[in-house]
Design a protein around this ligand. Sequence first.
Ligand SMILES: *Cc1c(COP(=O)(O)O)cnc(C)c1O
Length: 390
Amino acid sequence: MSKKPIPFGWPYMTGKELYYIAEAHFNGTLSGDGPFTKKCHVWLQERVGCSKALLTHSCTAALEMAAILLDIKPGDEIIMPSFTFVSTANAFVLRGGVPVFVDIREDTLNLNEQLIESAITPRTRAIVPVHYAGVACEMDEIMAIAKRHGLKVVEDAAQGVMASYKGHALGSIGDLGAYSFHQTKNLISGEGGALLVNDPAMAMRAEIIREKGTDRSRFYRNEVDKYTWQEPGSSFLPGELIAAFLWAQLEEAEWITHQRLIAWQRYHDLVKPLEARGILRRPIVPEGCQHNAHMYYVLLEPTSDRHAVLDELNRSDVNAVFHYVPLHSSPAGQRYGRAHGRLPITNSNSERLIRLPLFVGLTEEQQQEVVLVLERTLEKQMTKPIFSRG
Ligand SMILES: *Cc1c(COP(=O)(O)O)cnc(C)c1O
């Protein structure tokens, strides 16, 4: 019997995406900031509660805008986790900033707020918490630290759309927040993202930076009679086709999140016996954090051979993956950043983490199959004498 392989992810479409794309053409606006972009902005502003939401090409672009908005200068230090995607650091490095990598918490794998203050120097300008797996960082403490030291906070909420911390949407708590609508995230437009501006004082400059450094947005609103070059900027806005696609997703945001949460909880129940046997650890979601089921991961025991486990899963047609290679250990991270201490939790957890397939449309049978294969694989490893491994 041959079963269909279970993919790691699959882009869900609500069914209205292509219809809205046709409508965008009918509207006669294919460049940016047309009717669909406006709808997305209003939805985000209302949903997130930020003073301005601006669609961008990607979360990476939103983070680059944040670095320009904060006037990051060569040598400025930015505190962030090493356990994150490259864009968190790269956006600041492009402006000459120096990422200072701080270790993560054992439970959520988020930036450890207890370690932030000892990493602050006279050159520190900002803290960039990353809400890993859509589970919030300890934002009350992070905001308090930032206030005490006069630092800005940029939330990398790439994975945090539709998730919240003590009732506040992720991305709405820091001075700035960045969302991703990349195909691998919960709500998608292929490539896509948004910058959330929570400090009204930065809203006007954000518009200018996004429109090639001009005040074209004000011109469109008839607030000025011509638009001119105001300051350095770039083209960070997506065209209307992307916004039209995204609008179809935003309309179904609640439903999509709900479906993912159901699948997430199913995994959580299915792997519970494996955790009870001490062969893996499940994700931990602290009280006050409403997550969005962005991903389901398990942490293997330090003695497990993750490489072999992943091999076996993939041979059994279960497409599981791992991440991240910690930034402080990557070639660019070593050249442009610095680690604050030895980052033991980052090093250990990044080597033990496995992400299981999770997408809208994943069936209960497929999830049972995934966990069955995982269990079989881990059991096989346990019975192997240690010297024959690898
Ligand atoms: C996906 C992701 C990004 C980058 O998002 P893009 O939209 O692909 O640029 C940045 N940070 C984190 C934590 C991410 O998961």
